[in-house]
Write a protein that binds this ligand. Sequence first.
Ligand code: ADP
Length: 314
Amino acid sequence: DDVRNQFVAGTKLGEGTYAVVYRGHFREDPTKLVAIKKMKLNVEYRDGITMDSYREMKYLQELSHPNIISLFAVFTSKDQNISLVLEHLPKGDLEGLWKDSKISYTREDIKAWSAMLCQAVWFCHENYILHRDIKGNNVLIAADNTLKLADFGLARSFSEPGRNMTCNVITRFYRPPELLLGAMHYGGCVDVWSTACVIAELATRNFFLPSETDLQQLTVITDLFGSPTEADWPGVSSLRHWEVNFKSAPPKRPQPLSHWKQRLPLMGEDGIDLLRAMMAMDPSKRLSARETLKHPYWTNMPRPTKKENLPGMG
Ligand code: ADP
């Protein structure tokens, strides 16, 4: 109650599957804008909002990084509804950006946005938090063009309908092969795969690995990377969904480097090398978030665009 009274809610900003979002501000400082995200009660939760996810949200309140959305407060109302008080980010999201044909942008802009995203992911992992739902519309843009990774901790409680939820996380297009093959154990490398998809999406102005079904998602991935084998991914044939996917299918060869160059001209050779290392099929061979930041792509020419010069909405 005390917490709730620290904020004043205003008009509705928007509505998603899980929440209604209102504009608001701090009571003692009306210039300090917030977004109040009221979670909907009428969606199917796995087993309510778990103590775990509640703790995770609490923990996020302590996480402070320029590329991660600030969570100022969490409160419950009389009707048991949970509300999150978040940093107000008025310039849309990355998916909206690449979909908007009125906005043109360059390889330098892509490098600047990608750097901010990779730093956000690094900081989460450094603090033992997996995001698990990285995608263009969870990367929001602040008034000063800073990218902010958003929608944390929610993945766990809101997008896992089944009992065997472990591999159901992450929106399909951004889901790495180990999850599609039913791996029960996974780590930060799932976020690194999704991050690479988002960067490739910016560079192509299209979804990078779109599909209609989970089964087709793996087909789309192997069309590009070839079929995984025990030789290049030890243990892959012991994963739960290996047989249904690969037992009777003829093995596929990976697309050559020339395919990547043709498809991602704005990434350059170094950028393509980074993306391919972030999308190693075998999660143990995939770059960690920390390793992504050490790649030569970031320091090679061209330099990333300065934040104040980045194009965007509004
Ligand atoms: P979705 O991501 O499915 O659009 P959300 O519930 O996350 O659903 O958000 C709904 C809408 O509210 C967004 O499309 C956006 O317009 C707005 N919104 C969400 N978060 C913020 C924020 N931090 N600042 C400003 N607007 C926001």
